[in-house]
Design a protein around this ligand. Structure first.
Ligand code: ZN
Length: 82
């Protein structure tokens, strides 16, 4: 996926394919935060947990165990904190 951060209206927005995909925000930094979140969301896909075999929503290649097993293993992904 290719996201771009551009000026939009009086602020900034994240664009994909030339169209804004986020609301306008006041700073480029806020738009970058939204872009990072979009990228993380796009990388999520169902995987089978390496440890218990349960299906869970993975946030990327380094995320191979379900939340329960990650807690048991002491591996905490900051992206998963609500
Ligand atoms: Zn598991």
């Amino acid at each position: 996926m290719i996201f771009e951060i551009r000026k939009h209206g009086f602020g900034w927005a994240v664009f994909e394919g030339g169209k804004p995909v986020t609301p306008e925000v006041s700073t480029r930094h806020l738009a970058e935060t939204k872009r990072d979140r979009l990228v993380a969301e796009r990388q999520r896909r169902p995987r089978d947990c390496l440890r218990c075999g349960a299906e869970f929503l993975s946030t990327g290649p380094g995320h191979r165990m379900c939340n329960h097993c990650r807690q048991v293993a002491g591996e905490v992904d900051p992206q998963m904190v609500p």
